[in-house]
Design a protein around this ligand. Structure first.
Ligand SMILES: *[C@@H]1O[C@H](CO)[C@@H](O)[C@H](O)[C@H]1NC(C)=O
Length: 358
């Protein structure tokens, strides 16, 4: 009797130990996707031309943090938050921000918005010799996605650098820190005489978005191929990661995949001459998995298309294979959105955003 009980307890315990792994391996993809707790998407972005909500005439006030909330769990249908007014306004540095990214701790207990410090009108465009070497950073109040502390400027590159633009970050579990990466070029010295070198992606690590390790080169594709606007995510398959960036030799976005982590061997998706869209120039690529299926989305800012701004594409063969469909503007897809980030949100987060800003 006692032995029987012990044996059955033991087998129960063994089954409990084994089942999560077995489930992960055997569960069909659909069931896995359906188990997601994500009910929608929070899209933060800026506008190039913006005067007031709904008025997109040329005016520099669009260089702030704006937001959209998905209509239900639909990745390509959104409603502008706060009636189209900025959610957050930079009060530091050049007092304008572009290229914002929203990154969260893995347990969703803390979020950060990091952005390029750039008010183009104030600094005279993109071409200046001395541009911001600091990121603009907002910390959330705990797990809230609608309450943010005052922004701060944090310098991430030394004086010989011309700028640090288009920052993004990713949690690295092994280091228990965020890897932050951005685009820079630099001069020979701090006086910025002569001409700067070409664009590369630099990275540094941080645990608090206040102190950063020394920057180091993360992607250097050589002098003929400047690279900016890196975006990167794990795919959920082993140690596999996918990244997209703007290849400045052609001003188009392309992707790479690594099966061996962020410092592993990166292979081009398709080839180095195949772009998400071969016909239109693009930048500020972003991508994410659909909350309800195994479909992946790639959004490109096609600044030469009419209207300019993000256009959604589907990655038809999965995010690691070449093949995309241009969806144009499906009903509900907002126009004139510039470099930002899409964060899948859970029910509590969706409800909080809707209540505060919807
Ligand atoms: C950028 O600077 C210009 C000129 O100083 C100013 O008019 C404009 O409002 C600023 N933009 C933002 C978003 O604050």
């Amino acid at each position: 009797m006692r032995l029987l009980l012990l044996t059955s307890l033991l087998s129960l315990a063994l089954a409990a130990l084994a089942s999560p792994i077995a489930q992960q391996q055997q569960q069909p993809a659909k069931a896995r996707a359906a188990a997601s707790d994500k009910v929608g998407y929070f899209f933060v972005h800026f506008h190039d031309d913006y005067k007031s909500p709904g008025d997109y005439s040329t005016y520099p006030a669009g260089e702030q943090v704006f937001g959209q909330l998905s209509n239900g769990n639909n990745a390509i249908s959104y409603t502008a938050l706060k009636g189209g007014a900025p959610l957050l306004t930079s009060t530091v540095g050049t007092k304008g921000v572009r290229d914002m990214y929203l990154v969260s701790k893995p347990d969703e207990s803390q979020h950060y918005i990091i952005a390029t410090d750039l008010n183009q009108t104030a600094v005279g465009g993109f071409g200046g010799k001395f541009l911001s070497r600091s990121l603009v950073i907002w910390d959330s109040e705990g797990p809230s996605l609608t309450k943010w502390k005052a922004p701060r400027l944090v310098e991430v590159v030394p004086p010989e650098f011309r700028m640090a633009w288009a920052p993004e970050a990713m949690w690295i579990e092994e280091r228990k820190s965020f890897m932050v990466y951005w685009s820079s070029n630099k001069y020979a010295d701090a006086s910025h005489s002569g001409t700067p070198d070409y664009d590369k992606i630099y990275r540094a690590y941080t645990t608090d978005f206040r102190s950063f390790t020394q920057p180091e080169v993360y992607i250097d594709l050589g002098a003929g191929t400047g690279v900016i606007d890196l975006t990167m995510h794990p795919t959920g398959q082993g140690n596999q990661y996918v990244r997209f960036f703007k290849d400045e030799s052609v001003s188009k976005c392309r992707g790479q995949v690594s099966n061996s982590g962020i410092d592993g061997q990166w292979n081009d998706i398709g080839s180095a001459k195949e772009y998400v869209d071969n016909n239109n120039q693009s930048e500020a690529c972003l991508f994410f998995k659909d909350n309800l299926s195994d479909k992946w989305w790639v959004f490109l800012d096609q600044y030469g298309r009419n209207p300019p701004g993000y256009y959604p594409y589907t990655a038809d063969k999965g995010i690691t294979q070449y093949g995309y469909t241009d969806l144009g503007f499906p009903p509900g897809m907002p126009k004139l959105l510039k470099h930002g980030a899409v964060k899948p949100v859970n029910q509590a987060q969706y409800d909080e955003i809707k209540a505060a800003w919807g």
